[in-house]
Design a protein. Structure first.
Length: 100
């Protein structure tokens, strides 16, 4: 489970429960991450937590199996970006994993 807030804080928790006994839910905080702006969206994809913070030109991936190692993917990369690698003209409000 991951929760996020307007101050850029993302908290990642591990949940354990018994499907036959819903009163035995356990939650353990694993990690607190600090993003550079308000967190607009996040989702899990395989062993990664994918996050987007407002005002950033990058999508951030955190590796859940490698101590939350961070990888940034520039959303402006590729031909036709006219050198605006750090320019932010849109934001990701909703995302969901698709394929591999």
């Amino acid at each position: 489970l991951a929760t996020a807030s307007a101050d850029g804080c993302v908290q990642v928790h591990k949940l354990e429960w018994n499907l036959l006994d819903s009163s035995s839910v356990k939650m353990e905080k694993l990690q607190t991450l600090q993003l550079p702006g308000s967190v607009e969206s996040l989702c899990f994809h395989k062993d990664h937590l994918c996050c987007y913070a407002r005002g950033s030109p990058c999508l951030m991936y955190f590796d859940l199996q490698n101590n939350f190692a961070q990888q940034k993917i520039n959303l402006n990369q590729g031909p036709g970006n006219a050198g605006f690698d750090e320019h932010v003209s849109m934001c990701i409000m909703d995302m969901a994993p698709y394929g591999d």
